[in-house]
Design a protein around this ligand. Structure first.
Ligand SMILES: Cc1cc2nc3c(=O)[nH]c(=O)nc-3n(C[C@H](O)[C@H](O)[C@H](O)COP(=O)(O)O)c2cc1C
Length: 351
């Protein structure tokens, strides 16, 4: 039943279900004497919170994070940091009709096959709600990283088939879709509204950039930087693909086109996306994450109930039309957690 912990030196465990009393995270291995307040974490939580935009779930969670341990007089103590986020706006009634029926595309069927029991309310542990705990833990990781000058930024590269054509990073926090291209953002908003009307959902692509990363992070061979980042990002619900640098496009290039030439002053291109042989090169890390459409849709679909009887299902309740934009801070959080872990692992070698 394990599988709720990630990291080697900087270890994060998340716990809790969508409609339980709370969700939370325990962060173990955070160095002492790092300034940390609930406000620091809250800033990140507010970026992920549902109920802010019309395309997002109407669930109105305040997502107030409480630090229960590991911080004394505004500084980390080196002991486990326990973070709690109470579920205050869970409406379980809407899920009653899903008690015996499996939603196509969600974890209902596979959880039931594995455990023989499932918390049908809001998707239980497979809910997007679990990612609130990741964002809280990611805020702690970001503090560890920031000490060494690393910055992580994620944005919407594509939504519902509409690509961001201009990548202007200054624009990312100026619109609620975290889109670097304001013109594309306007089209995405229209598309989300249109799809919502039809009772359907759409997917998209998130791009993550890590700036200021030193060379030498990553532990070959099984804990390569790209391997660990891919695992962390693939562990987020709806994520179906992860690519680095040129990614799948590299498979269509020749070596002479794909290799990044090296000069005395550094690399002359960055198709590797900042990682070679699982070790960071010091170039910007560039990752793209492919997200499937949200599974819970109003459009009628075929399914079965727990006894194997055929059923038709149309899902009401409060669901996102797209996992974008809410997944953006989650992608940042998972990236921060892996980078903080590898920064601390590198230190262990240096001792
Ligand atoms: C931030 C976030 C919000 C989500 N919101 C919903 C939602 O409202 N409805 C839904 O059906 N799935 C939602 N999901 C997706 C499910 O968690 C996910 O699709 C499900 O666990 C199945 O896992 P898989 O997509 O990896 O196969 C959300 C995921 C994230 C990361």
């Amino acid at each position: 039943m394990a599988g709720n912990t990630i990291g080697t030196e900087f270890r994060v465990t998340t716990w809790g279900e969508s409609h339980g009393a709370a969700v939370g995270a325990t962060v173990d291995g955070c160095p002492p004497n790092i300034p940390l307040t609930e406000t620091d974490i809250q800033k990140e939580m507010d970026r992920r919170r549902p109920g802010r935009f019309s395309s997002a779930s109407a669930r109105n969670e305040k997502d107030r994070v409480e630090i229960l341990s590991g911080v004394f007089e505004g500084k980390t103590t080196g002991t486990p940091i326990s973070l709690l986020i109470r579920n205050v706006d869970a409406d379980s009634a809407a899920y009653e009709e899903l008690r015996d029926v499996f939603r196509p595309g969600h974890g209902d069927y596979s959880y039931f096959q594995k455990y023989g029991i499932r918390d049908h309310r809001g998707g239980g542990r497979a809910s997007g709600r679990e990612t609130a705990a990741r964002v809280a833990a990611g805020a702690v990781a970001r503090k560890v990283m920031a000490r060494e000058g690393l910055r992580v930024l994620a944005f919407t590269r594509e939504l519902g088939g509409i690509p961001a054509r201009v990548i202007s990073l200054d624009e990312v926090d100026k619109n609620h879709l975290f889109c670097p291209d304001p013109e594309a953002a306007a089209k995405m908003v229209e598309e989300l509204a249109r799809v919502k009307e039809t009772g359907d959902s759409v997917g998209g692509i998130v791009e993550i950039r890590v700036q200021g990363c030193p060379p030498g992070l990553g532990e070959p061979v099984f804990d390569k930087m790209d391997a660990d980042l891919a695992k962390a990002l693939m562990s987020i619900g709806t994520v179906k693909a992860v690519e680095f640098g040129a990614g799948f496009e590299a498979a269509r290039l020749q070596g002479s086109e794909n290799n990044d030439p090296i000069s005395r002053n550094g690399f002359l291109a960055n198709r590797a996306g900042g990682i070679l042989a699982g070790i960071t090169t010091g170039e910007e890390i560039v990752i793209r994450v492919g997200c499937k459409p949200i599974a819970s849709i109003r459009k009628e679909q075929e399914t079965i109930d727990v006894s194997g009887n055929p059923r038709k299902i149309s899902i009401g309740g409060r669901h996102d039309v797209s996992v974008i934009p809410r997944i953006i801070p989650v992608c940042e959080a998972m990236t921060c957690i892996i980078l903080a872990d590898h920064l601390l692992r590198r230190r262990t070698i240096e001792k």
